[in-house]
Design a protein around this ligand. Sequence first.
Ligand code: GLA
Length: 416
Amino acid sequence: MKYKLLSILAVILMFSAPVDAQRRQREYGKKAEGVALTPPMGWNSWNKFSKDINEDIFYGIADALVETGLAEAGYVYLVVDDGWTGPRDERGFVTANPETFPNGIKALADYAHAKGLKLGIYGDAGRTTCNVGYPAGSAGHEYQDAYTFASWGVDYLKYDWCGTTNINPKGAYTIMRDALYATGRPIIFSICEWGGSKPWEWAKDVGHLWRTTGDICCAFGELIHFATWSQSGVLGILDKTKPLREYAGPGHWNDPDMLEVGNGMPVNEDRAHFTMWCMLAAPLMLGNDLRDMTQETLDILTNKEVIAIDQDPLGIPGLVVKENKALGLEFWFKPFENGDWAFTILNRSEKDADYVINWADFNFTDDMSGRSTDFVRMVYSFKELWTKEEGNTAKAKAVHIPSHDVVCYRLSPMGR
Ligand code: GLA
């Protein structure tokens, strides 16, 4: 009798465990659902620390995220970028560098989780990672690595594109998408392929965000020239990302790369950079040293009214409705779910600008939301979200926009 019961139990166990795996296999073709419904927010080590990372930095940044109020403002993903891996072990499992991460990634994830944060990690679709060709790219190890990351409690994977000769981007990212899904853990999948294969055209069901360009450089201009290469600054990345608005939405975002706020640009440029990333509905990944930042930087990063532009659940990126080339101005609108509009004037030029806003000049209908500003029939109250100045659109408004800066209004229909 005892033997019979045991055999029944064994049969139940034999079939019940694989059932879940089988169910997930049948559902191949899916990415984790219910995550990144608004653009992910957090911190990533690359822009500030490059490959020179160790676990102390991450423990310190985790503390700083909470103590500064940044976590409360929404920045919850603590992402370990390139430079964390040691060699694969004899069974092919990826390991953390024992010298710089002696306690390993799981301990860091546990620490982050205990603070209400989430942990992200960096991987690569090729055989090596980008930075000095660290060996632990995931090619050929996708399921093994996805399993490892999930078992460590990883919540976010940034998956890079170095060492990928003869590998097809859509195929490679789809394999990792399926591998992550098979773990059963809801892991945000960040595609970092730099825009070469136009991931916005194929990645909606593969990842939750995709880089639109190469790496950002900490400068405001369009293209910044170095000795042997050039890199886009804030304006260059903005220009490459703005035509892609139709591809983004809840769960699938254009990623114009991580923020450089607090890394050396003047405060006006930091403010403009941050505001424009919010107008794009971009992921907001901080890239500065949060353990040592000025109050000015913190004030930019925690401006909740500007963050609300980025995080609005409608998830429709902004667009340029009008330009004034002589003054170097761009006029951007972004619809809010509740019928409000974000209205930002970006001054791209080297000179300050004085401009009179005649609201009726900005009547337009947005194809994506189907909404019209209708300034002729509608009056909106406005609030400038950096100076907090308030007023309404019943009459024209004179405005001063310093060089490389913005004014950013939230317009709310009056009498609603
Ligand atoms: C690429 C990515 C960067 C960063 C580095 C790490 O350049 O685009 O964001 O992850 O690799 O080596």
